[in-house]
Design a protein around this ligand. Sequence first.
Ligand SMILES: [Zn+2]
Length: 148
Amino acid sequence: MTGKPQPTYPGPDGRRYASRKNAAIRATATPQPAPTDTRTEWTQRARQWHGLHPTTARPCPRLIAGKRCLTTGNNPDTCLCQHPALDHPRRWTDKDGHPVLTGEPYSLDGTDLTGFITACQALDLTVTLSGRSPWNPGSTVMLLIRRR
Ligand SMILES: [Zn+2]
């Protein structure tokens, strides 16, 4: 550094760049939003669209119902939380502090969907479908599981 001040040139974003070349490159670039990670975007959309706040609780419908998860090391597929409806499973609380479990599958056939809803109803849980899925919007559907 010589200590000599570098001339700066304004870019389209209002920031000043140290050379005309950089300012010209920035002028042709499409403005990009600040980079965020996928999990952060997922959380932000869930909050904005559904008023959900993330928790670290285990994403199992049986736990929402006040029962214990049946997944064990020897039989990992024996609990409802292993159902294909619970792709990208995550636990949240709603604006009233009630627990919510979400699953966001890319697709789900009718048999799997009705089987999952029937199993949730047997646990006294409700299942709501939303087309506004915070995980990969436009490609996934969201199931919200709550206590009745
Ligand atoms: Zn479970």
